[in-house]
Design a protein around this ligand. Structure first.
Ligand code: XMP
Length: 579
């Protein structure tokens, strides 16, 4: 996989691996001669335009190696740009979403592919003219050159995205390239890597011991168990910092799983009181994150020092996975949307000294799960949704103002700010509230936000104990009572969404506590189920009506809760978390 745009590239590589073929990601500019022994090369899509200075390019040599090449989206445009005779047309209006593809020349890539099908498009530029000796093999209405091929030279380009589920026959097409054209064999199975990974752990450790900070997340747990398997209990240690900001039952669950695995090689560091006292009265999201980050660093440093883990007998183990290992090509992140945890000085030192083992560095998330399953970790642990490091703190919204809901042109705006991301920048704005939940409202949420500079989110009231216009914000920070309230609500949502099977259908389901309500009922709950691939973008997902009603009824019974809202906003313009 030649990387012309980070996340797009990883999605394709993941699909290829899912089909049983090993793929790894290299910078798009990789020298052609280094790729001569590959079975096939795929150039990924990406957000750039081939004409922009500094945009990802490729070594034209790759087209003369005799190795089959498939260019996808930007990858195809790059082919047209680099191979003589081709032309890329700068787009004025993009083509985003489903399009009807007509195959006009049934070449090997389109074997068993329907003559007319629905495909997923996402592009602005397009190929205006294919290179010399290429033919146009498919078209859509908005994109006359939707696929090109020089079958004899094994070069193929497609403008649409076979890697997304919305493209009919996407898998057939990828399979045609991998097996029919490139002659790959179906021999990649991540679970067969386990022995090699264990060997690698032993080689890296070279007689030393491995220390982990466990989070209870999938990656660090699987990485830890592999080290445990490779080195034995005497040579591993895991510490779990209980911040008090975790979901109901979470710390107990982590304790149980790790104690069963590692016995005395596992410790829980109780830092609950420290975190709570440092967060008292803090309202602003970045301030909360900063405090949590600093506190984490302080506790971790203390653990490292008191356990003598900085001594030369120890190295650090981490659950870093493949996408984090690879630096995405040319897409320098412009602005930090949210601060991430500071790095502990001690950890920094270990990394700089190369005293680091990352057993999962070559695997994707799904592969990590497969490996975890094979080595006997419980499904309950492997199938959980991602949960942010700062925990419930970023779902427990705070405010230092007591204000009434604002009424503008018959619309109600809730007087609480939350974080969003618009035009690649962080925003901190109010929330528009609709007085009724309906599936139709999802479609118009982004438009409402575009029309109102003051807001970055739209929620719908599912049910409440007072009319929307009477809602007020209450001065609130993170405290024991509100954390407990949120924890209860979160547990209700998790139980009902798991039991109903809804949890499996979505990527993540944050539950947010909003300091907005009425007399004696100061908070509201916001439900935020979303679908996503990697958290970079997300779609708000509607919920089955029966489940929503049942959930709402239970949530309204929690003391202190005034209403249940549903977040209708995609990311962008909102973020997944409210902060
Ligand atoms: P946002 O809110 O930025 O979230 O749309 C994107 C994804 O990242 C998760 N998230 C975090 N994960 N530490 C983490 O490990 C963090 O500080 C953090 N902040 C957000 C969030 O839950 C979502 O999946």
């Amino acid at each position: 996989m030649l990387d012309a745009g980070g996340q797009y590239c990883h999605l394709i590589a993941r699909r290829v691996r899912e089909m049983g073929v090993y793929a790894d990601v290299q910078p798009s500019e990789t020298d052609g001669y280094k790729l001569a022994d590959r079975r096939g090369i795929i150039i990924s899509g990406g957000p750039a335009s081939v004409y922009e200075p500094g945009s990802p390019t490729a070594d034209p040599e790759i087209f003369s190696l005799g190795v089959p090449v498939l260019g996808i989206c930007y990858g195809m445009q790059l082919m047209a740009h680099l191979i003589p005779g081709g032309k890329v047309t700068k787009g004025v209006k993009g083509e985003y979403g489903l399009a009807t593809l007509k195959v006009t020349a049934q070449d090997r890539l389109f074997d068993n592919f329907q003559a007319v099908s629905e495909v997923w498009m996402s592009h602005r530029d397009r190929v205006g003219q294919p290179p010399e000796d290429f033919e146009i093999t498919a078209t859509t209405e908005a994109c006359p050159v939707a696929a090109i091929a020089n079958d004899w030279r094994n070069l193929f380009g497609i403008q649409f995205h076979p890697e997304v589920v919305h493209t009919q026959g996407g898998k057939i097409l990828l399979g045609n390239f991998l097996f029919g054209i490139a002659g790959c064999t179906q021999d990649w199975d991540p679970t067969r890597q386990i022995e090699d990974i264990e060997d690698e752990i032993r080689r890296t450790a070279r007689g030393r011991k491995v220390f982990f900070f466990a989070s209870g997340g999938v990656d660090s747990t699987v990485a830890f168990s592999l080290c445990l398997k490779a080195l034995g209990k005497e040579r591993v240690h895991a510490a779990y910092v209980d911040t008090g900001l975790m979901r109901e039952g979470e710390s107990e669950f982590v304790r149980e799983v790790f104690t069963r695995m590692a016995g005395d090689s596992f410790e829980v560091v109780d830092a609950r009181a420290e975190f709570l006292s440092k967060l008292a009265g803090v309202v602003e999201p970045e301030a909360k994150r900063k405090i949590i980050g600093e506190e984490f660093v302080a506790v971790q440093q203390r653990v490292l020092e008191s356990g003598h883990f900085l001594d030369s007998a120890w190295i650090l183990g981490q659950g870093t996975i493949y996408p984090d290992t690879i630096e995405s090509g040319g897409t320098a992140k412009a602005e930090v949307i949210k601060t991430h945890h500071n790095r502990v000085a001690g950890i920094q030192k270990l990394i700089e000294e190369g005293r680091l083992v990352e057993p999962l560095a070559q695997l994707y998330k799904d592969e990590v799960r497969q490996v975890g399953r094979t080595i006997g970790l419980p499904d309950e642990l492997l199938d959980r949704h991602p949960f942010p490091g700062p925990g419930l703190a970023i779902r427990c919204l705070c405010t230092n103002k007591a204000e009434a809901a604002i009424k503008v042109d018959g619309e109600v705006v809730l007087p609480v700010l939350s974080v969003g991301v618009q035009g690649d920048s962080r925003t901190y704005r109010l929330t528009l509230a609709l007085d009724q939940y309906s599936e139709a409202a999802f479609a118009t949420a982004t438009e409402s936000i575009n029309l109102n500079q003051e807001v970055n989110r739209v929620v719908a009231l599912v049910a409440g104990k007072l009319p929307l216009s009477e809602f007020r914000s209450t001065v609130s920070a993170i405290d024991q009572v509100r954390l407990e309230r949120l924890r209860r609500c979160d547990a209700i949502v998790r139980r009902l969404s798991t039991d109903s099977g809804f949890e499996e259908k979505i990527w993540q389901f944050p539950v947010v506590l909003l300091p907005c309500g009425g007399e004696g009922i100061p908070d509201s709950v916001v439900l935020r189920p979303i679908d996503s691939v990697d958290g970079m973008t997300a779609k708000a997902v509607p919920m089955p009506e029966v489940l929503l009603r049942q959930m709402t009824e239970e949530l309204l019974a929690v003391p202190g809760i005034a209403a249940v809202f549903f977040d209708l906003t995609n990311k962008p313009p909102a973020t997944i978390e409210w902060e």
